[in-house]
Design a protein around this ligand. Structure first.
Ligand SMILES: [Zn+2]
Length: 125
């Protein structure tokens, strides 16, 4: 069974709906946390990041998409910078006692698998 099926839904919205429909409640974009995580579960001290494959340099087909022809170096630097920041953010969160998980845009093709992974990460409702 597919919980959610929409090609033009933003990945972050898809994850929200998925997690919400599984009965979890969360906050959005808490700015006081490093990296402003997309979904925040304060009582569990867990956060979810939803990353676009291209912008965050995922090693998948979508992430390896060709850079725009103009300003190639600019884009490459930007993506490398994003990756470095992502690692640092998760590290900083861990130091503050928060656990983080990343959902990649490309993984949402199998939303049920994503939900299973998130359930394991979040624990019982
Ligand atoms: Zn990907």
């Amino acid at each position: 069974m597919r919980a959610i099926r929409s090609l033009d839904m933003k990945p972050e919205i898809m994850v929200r709906k998925l997690v919400y429909s599984a009965g979890y409640r969360f906050r959005l974009h808490k700015r006081e946390l490093p990296g402003t995580p997309d979904l925040v579960f304060p009582s569990r001290k867990r956060v979810i990041f939803v990353h676009g494959c291209f912008w965050h340099g995922h090693r998948c087909r979508r992430g390896g998409r060709k850079l725009p022809k103009t300003n190639k170096d600019y884009w490459r630097r930007k993506i490398v910078g994003n990756r470095a920041r992502d690692v640092k953010v998760i590290d900083t969160l861990a130091h503050r006692g928060w656990r983080a998980i990343v959902v990649w845009e490309c993984e949402l093709r199998d939303d049920m698998a994503v939900l299973q992974r998130l359930r394991r990460f979040l624990g019982p409702r």
